[in-house]
Design a protein around this ligand. Structure first.
Ligand SMILES: [Zn+2]
Length: 352
């Protein structure tokens, strides 16, 4: 285990002192700025349909507002490049189908998944994603997690994955057709896809010879992979964010929801030994690990503390980022490992 990576950011789960010049608080301030910049870029590139040739200029302009983020210029450029490549890949597939995916949806499905569907398939091409809606009998053949290790059926109704169409890599979301909360599942899986890209771009970024800040950010995203319980915690982190993403819509429509009640259910799924996610992540990742490195209680504590941290941050942001309270909480926390969330929230609250 590379020790240096594990200890590269030393966020202690402790009360934050009043002085704020520490490296940790700098990282937190930057995380908020990165989140704001990301939202702004997303708005200009997608919502306002800016042609890709102008994305680089949009980035330069946005960076002028945050001079201390210029060090991350290369990372942002990489993210924009990746976004463009994904859009291009989806366009390429659409062109091969003469822009008419609907009429040959079964054929596309069969090429991608290697299974000829028995029932109707509907396909929608979106920015960054191909969405498949399929029937249960075909769905059962696709989702390998549909059965847990005891052979019991889980209630899977959608998933995100990176698939290949011939030699084109394409991100897909598969949804169970006829499921009444399909839109919710779509939002959930969409968050997973965004997190997947963010995580892989930063984690795979070659920071050799690059400024320390870039190295640290990259290591922060890779840290969990090296800890015995890290992978389950990492999955739990992304489930919390995916569930929280559903509250974006509520905020947009100004609908009050009891977030904590909804997240209580998620906490159960993640920490209860019979819970679907517990079975899926903890049980799977603990296979082969020696008993003495397993820290079930610590994992459970961190999940609970993580959910509480998200709730506090979303509450705290209500007056600071009106209209994007929830999104900001997700974007900021998403930049830190789950175990650091309580410290991150304390640092933010001590500044305000
Ligand atoms: Zn999920």
């Amino acid at each position: 285990m590379p020790k240096e990576i594990v200890s590269s950011i030393d966020f202690k789960d402790r009360l934050v002192p009043n002085f704020l010049r520490s490296e940790e608080s700098q990282a937190v301030i930057e995380a908020e700025q990165i989140a704001l910049l990301k939202l702004k870029l997303f708005k200009t590139t997608y919502s306002q349909n800016l042609p890709p040739q102008k994305w680089g200029i949009a980035l330069k302009k946005s960076l002028r507002h945050y001079p201390n983020l210029e060090v991350y210029d290369e990372l942002f450029s990489e993210a924009l490049k990746k976004a463009w490549e994904t859009d291009f890949a989806i366009n390429q597939i659409q062109q091969e189908f003469n822009g008419n995916l609907a009429s040959r949806s079964k054929e596309l499905f069969a090429t991608i998944f290697g299974i000829v569907p028995k029932e109707p398939v509907s396909i929608t091409a979106k920015k960054q994603l191909l969405i498949f809606k399929i029937q249960k009998s075909d769905y059962c053949l696709l989702d390998e997690d549909l059965l847990d290790r005891n052979g019991n059926s889980r209630s899977s109704v959608g998933f995100f994955s990176i698939e290949s169409y011939k030699d084109i890599k394409v991100p897909v979301i598969v949804l169970l057709a006829d499921y009444s909360f399909q839109e919710k599942i779509y939002e959930h899986e969409k968050q997973h896809s965004q997190d997947y890209f963010q995580h892989s771009i930063i984690f795979n970024f070659n920071s050799r010879g690059k400024p320390q800040k870039l190295k640290k950010l990259s290591r922060r995203f890779g840290k969990e992979q090296y800890l015995p319980y890290g992978r389950a915690e990492n999955e739990a982190k992304y489930e919390i964010l995916a569930n929280a993403s559903l509250f974006d819509l509520c905020e947009k429509l100004n609908v009050a929801v009891e977030k904590s009640e909804i997240l209580d259910e998620l906490e159960q799924d993640l920490t209860d030994e019979q819970g679907v996610y517990y079975q899926q992540y903890v049980n799977r990742f603990e296979l082969g690990l020696p008993e003495d490195v397993l820290e079930h209680d610590k994992y459970k504590e961190r999940v609970s503390a993580g959910i509480n941290s998200y709730l506090s941050l979303a509450e705290m942001y209500k007056n600071i980022f009106p209209g994007k309270t929830n999104r900001m909480a997700i974007e900021v926390l998403g930049q830190f490992p789950l175990e650091n969330w309580p410290a991150v929230v304390r640092l933010i609250s001590s500044r305000r």
